[in-house]
Write a protein that binds this ligand. Structure first.
Ligand code: SF4
Ligand code: ZN
Ligand code: ZN
Length: 307
């Protein structure tokens, strides 16, 4: 298939626009849309004062998505710091750390590492084993907590993450199918900042599919880890994504419409929150309960392992 804009061979179809693009036109499209999203959702500016943020951190896992975010910000002179959460998942974590290190050296970016084993005393796999919880749910909870905690403790104004459209829509579909209403108010493109200890979140890849991000990372030769997490195998999210991809093939643009519709209506879910945010009685971070989900997990580990 030929590129819609020139005579070259197309490398990808942008399904919601029904366009085929060659490498050159695709990278132009990708970079334009990346910065347009940042501008539209004020990811780099304080919405109240209009001032440009200067304390920026990219929470990077070493995977293609967050590495692309760090690369594009660094290449355009925004100089983010990098935060790598070391999950202690053997070769997977080692390979991921190496990719992050390569990127930080290439652009001389400051790299911070938070080790979960150092913070909790156990790896994600051990915590999951001890508590009987699913590894990905433990991992998500621990990562969310430490990313925000690190950013808050170190005075960052915004945390950039690599969530793409596939991550966002599969997680949204999962939350709807499970009726996990408590997660629905906080899954949008524009992270809610309704507590002074919740650092602003930015997801500039949320309107790109995983395939688009991968192609961009490969075309620009951005270092990223190809390692797959051994704990994620057989996760239900993969099935949700397969369903969404089949729907997208038959009804191009359905994923982006699903996600944008959710963003337009997210205030409805935010209005459903019963308990106001307050500070956790153990760690002082924001929660709607007496004890936050992270501290409850730590208490559970202590109980189960009789520490
Ligand atoms: Fe964490 Fe699951 Fe992703 Fe592995 S697959 S890094 S356990 S969320
Ligand atoms: Zn072209
Ligand atoms: Zn807490």
């Amino acid at each position: 298939m030929k590129c819609t804009l020139c005579d070259k061979e197309a490398l990808i179809k942008i399904s919601h626009q029904n366009r085929y693009l060659c490498g050159k036109h695709f990278t132009e499209y990708f970079e334009r849309k990346f910065f347009k999203t940042i501008k539209k959702y004020s990811f780099l500016r304080d919405e109240k004062t209009g001032k440009l943020h200067t304390k920026i951190v990219v929470a990077t896992s070493g995977g293609k998505d967050s590495q692309v975010v760090a690369y594009l910000l660094a290449k355009n002179h925004f100089r983010p710091d990098l935060l790598f959460i070391d999950l202690g998942i053997k070769e997977f974590s080692e390979e991921s750390a190496e990719a992050v290190k390569q990127l930080s050296e290439r652009f001389s970016l400051k790299l911070h590492v938070v080790s979960i084993r150092e913070k909790i005393g156990f790896s994600i796999k051990e915590i999951a084993g001890a508590t009987g919880r699913a590894p990905c749910s433990v991992c998500g909870l621990v990562k969310r907590y430490w990313i925000n905690r690190f950013a808050y403790d170190n005075g960052y104004e915004v945390v950039f993450t690599g969530h793409n459209l596939d991550d966002e829509t599969s997680s949204l579909l999962g939350n709807l199918l499970d009726w996990s209403v408590r997660y629905l108010p906080r899954g949008g493109l524009r992270g809610t900042v309704d507590h002074p200890k919740l650092v602003k979140r930015a997801k500039p890849l949320a309107l790109f599919t995983s395939r688009e991000v991968k192609l961009y990372a490969n075309l620009r030769k951005i270092p990223y880890s190809r390692a797959r997490c051994p704990l994620g195998k057989g996760g239900v999210r993969t099935d949700f994504l397969k369903v969404l991809n089949r729907l997208e093939e038959r009804h191009p643009g359905i994923k982006i419409r699903f996600y944008m519709g959710y963003n337009r209506n997210i205030h409805l879910f935010q209005g459903m929150q019963k308990n106001p945010l307050r500070e956790c009685s153990i760690c002082g971070m924001p929660t709607r309960l007496e004890v936050c989900a992270y501290c409850s997990l730590i208490e559970e580990i202590k109980r189960k392992l009789s520490l």
